[in-house]
Design a protein around this ligand. Structure first.
Ligand code: GAR
Length: 195
């Protein structure tokens, strides 16, 4: 059983889908969400964590505090889910290849520093793209550049607004994030057995 920490800043619908899958889905008996960290004290995601009786903390600009809490909760894997802040190399050094992120576009397209949330969908529509999607990838020191684990496409329709597109992309995010987590955990367990 792997212990996951989910880092959030906003609504937390991806957090919810991960929790749901650990309770009654493809992550059952494989993983549990043991810690939720938010850099935004009013993130609705924190309320979701409380409702699920998961330890949840507001921590901003303190790698030391984050690392300390990850250690206390014996976290194996970090999942960024709508976490709007760059992860520092101090944390990446400790959790190398064990930090995942979900991004609401077909990376490497529409990634980078100012590309998050609705800005991504606005840019996709403005560029006249016929397809968009979501990507789960490993996290490195830059925004959205780490190795891709899973990517899934969806069509962009002519009348789409960024809100409509965001909703359609979120639906596939909720599906592929738990799948990506599962594949990473299975690989981690496999490697541990080989040691
Ligand atoms: C999701 O669409 C996620 O892909 C995006 O923020 C949203 C969070 O929704 N993340 C980024 O843009 C990161 N660059 P949620 O809080 O409901 O999970």
């Amino acid at each position: 059983m792997k212990k996951i920490a989910v880092f959030v800043s906003g609504g937390g619908s991806n957090l919810q889908s991960i929790i749901d899958q650990t309770k009654n889905g493809i992550l059952k008996n494989l993983a549990a969400v043991s810690l939720v960290i938010s850099n935004n004290p009013s993130a609705f995601a924190l309320q979701r964590a409380k409702k699920e009786k998961i330890k949840s903390l507001f921590i901003k600009n303190s790698d030391e505090k984050v690392l300390q809490e990850l250690k206390i909760s014996q976290i194996d894997l970090i999942c960024l889910a709508g976490y709007m802040s760059l992860i520092s190399s101090k944390i990446i050094d400790v959790y190398n290849n064990r930090i995942l992120n979900i991004h609401p576009s077909l990376l490497p397209k529409f990634g980078g520093k100012k590309m998050y949330g609705h800005y991504v969908h606005q840019a996709v529509i403005k560029a006249g793209e016929k397809k968009s999607g979501a990507t789960v990838h490993f996290v490195d020191e830059n925004y959205d550049t780490g190795k891709i684990i899973i990517q899934k496409e969806i069509p962009v329709f002519e009348n789409d607004t960024s809100e409509i597109l965001a909703k359609r992309v979120l639906e596939i995010e909720h599906k592929i994030y738990p799948e990506a987590i599962k594949s990473v955990i299975l690989k981690m367990s496999d490697n541990e057995q080989k040691r």
